[in-house]
Design a protein around this ligand. Structure first.
Ligand code: XMP
Length: 508
């Protein structure tokens, strides 16, 4: 593989994805991985990521100089270039002028074919406060920008290269071409990573580990658990069963549509109709975190009951993705719990099953591609994220059958007006929230005192941050008009115009 050593940059996963998009398998490991462990992977090339530190800080992540003596081509990006320079005897200092944003790159007269991908003044994304002022012995400058004399460096004999800019983002116009040239012309790697190959390999692996035993999985209707189920089914056929727990908190028509889609793919499916149990346990509960905990616990309870009925299968399949297993340097910091997302819809760590996790090596976009290859319809593959606790966290205050009805109907109207439109496609999520307030209205000549719905529309790349999603005024008016006239109990609609941060996407 290509081994990417992570120094904590937000963009490390981008590097891995760009490499894979070029048809070359890549793995991310922490910068502290030992030389022996790196050698064990037999990497054909090593990429050092960027990172938030300064190389001269006290506890700055460092690297073993022997890494550069393995004869394996190394590309250092941003911090990766600086740590390479410092480790090999160069000098890095805080820059007089920090450089953030897109700027023109000018290459020097260089030896390697790498740099010819950049025409004079080609845009590159810079984001650094430190700069190299002396190159290590054996290196020469490969290019500069207006403020940074060593924006790139090379030691072609030792196969060591560095760029101060970020080739892994689209703002660096020739970035992908650059990475490709490095991997192909310098490291001599031929592309051979394909997702079709991945499907065959995983099916084989599942078959080999499960053998004659039975295999179960909890299916939420999301892409990860569904693709997991399809792979398992392809591998062991009738020895596999998927369990779908209907908690009564799904959107209008959703359970039916999920079940229909899965049945048409011939997936052996047990549907556990458990909405009454969930609603009973949620009765009178207003606190968001308590809602999540109750739903999580009830889910485990129901799932275990179903597993028992199936004779306690030995194996459990889960849709764990690569970003969940990367030992990420950046995620080490202890961030405070804002919402306990990952405790819901998930199963506890210690369970009487052996785990099968066929998506452990994949990024989300790769799972989508596999889902398509396995026959999932488009609307399934591009389904909006939907929280595990479902509508429960979109009903502020206590959850009753009638309040579920109101938010569900309002949500259906929001979706009907935006699904399949350009506006809808530009949004990450759009949905309705039932607020815990009553306000006065007038319908006909009658005074009303009823509920309010908030319409939430956001754009986002990964759900970590979000912006307000703009909607044409007439569409917004139509949504409001329809909700008020069609949903009994609602007399007011507001549009939520808060970005994340400081708000979050969901209200609870
Ligand atoms: P927030 O509200 O934290 O949401 O800005 C970020 C993304 O996560 C989804 N979300 C959840 N997903 N269980 C989930 O599986 C949860 O409890 C949960 N809460 C929020 C939310 O829909 C958004 O995509």
């Amino acid at each position: 593989p290509v081994v990417i050593l992570d120094f904590g940059s937000q963009l490390t996963q981008n590097i891995a994805r760009r490499v894979r998009e070029l048809g070359i398998y890549s793995e991310i490991h922490p910068f502290s991985t030992s030389i022996d462990q790196v050698k064990e992977k037999a990497p054909l090339a090593i990429i050092l990521s960027g990172g938030p530190s300064s190389v001269f800080e006290q506890d700055a992540p460092s690297i073993n100089p022997d890494l550069f003596k393995l004869g394996i081509p190394v590309l250092g990006i941003c911090y990766g270039m600086q740590i390479m320079a410092k480790t090999l005897g160069g000098k890095v200092v805080p820059a007089d002028i920090r450089e953030y944003g897109v700027t023109g790159f000018y290459r020097e007269k260089t030896i390697s074919p790498l740099w010819t991908v950049f025409p004079d003044g080609d845009p590159v994304l810079m984001s650094h406060g430190d700069s190299i002022i002396d190159l290590p012995p054996g290196f020469s400058g490969a290019g500069h920008t207006k403020t940074t004399p060593y924006a790139a460096m090379e030691n072609p004999k030792a196969k060591l290269f560095g760029v101060q800019f970020h080739p892994e983002v689209t703002q660096t116009r020739s970035g992908i071409k650059f990475i490709q040239t490095f991997l192909k012309d310098i490291a001599g790697i031929e592309p051979n990573w394909s997702l079709t190959g991945y499907i065959d390999r995983k099916v084989e692996e599942i078959r080999n580990s499960v053998k004659k035993d039975s295999l179960i999985c909890a299916l939420s209707g999301g892409i990860d658990s569904t693709v997991t189920a399809l792979l398992c089914h392809r591998a062991v056929g009738k020895q596999f069963t998927a369990v779908y727990v209907d908690n009564g908190l799904m959107r209008a028509g959703e359970t039916q549509s999920i079940v229909r889609d899965l049945q048409s793919l011939k997936l052996p499916l047990v549907v556990s109709h458990s909405s009454e149990l969930f609603l009973k346990r949620l009765a009178g509960v207003k606190d968001p975190e308590r809602k999540r905990k109750i739903i999580g616990r009830t889910f485990i309870h129901v799932f275990q009951k179903e597993a028992k009925q199936l004779g306690m299968p030995k194996y459990l399949a889960q849709g764990t993705l690569y970003p969940d297993v990367i030992e990420s340097v950046s995620s080490k910091g202890s961030s405070s719990v804002i919402k306990s997302h990952h405790n819901v819809g998930g199963l506890p760590k210690r369970m009487p099953f052996s785990l099968v996790e066929p998506l452990r090596e994949l990024f989300k976009d790769e799972v989508r591609i596999i889902g398509k290859e396995l026959g999932l319809p488009d609307h399934f593959v591009h389904r909006q994220p939907f929280p595990g606790p479902g509508l429960a966290i979109r009903i502020l205050g206590s959850i009753t059958t009638d309040r579920i009805r109101m938010v569900r109907e309002a949500d259906r109207i929001v979706r009907e007006e935006l699904d399949g439109t350009d506006t809808g496609q530009s949004l990450w999520q759009y949905f309705a929230v039932l607020l815990p307030v009553h306000s006065v209205g007038v319908m006909g000549d009658q005074r009303t005192y009823e509920n309010a719905i908030a319409v939430r529309t956001v754009t986002s790349v990964d759900g970590m941050t979000a912006d307000i999603g703009e909607i044409p005024h007439n569409v917004l008016i139509r949504i409001s008009h329809r909700i008020i006239s069609e949903v009994r109990g609602i007399n007011r609609v507001v549009h939520d115009i808060s970005p994340k941060p400081p708000s979050t996407i969901e209200w609870e």
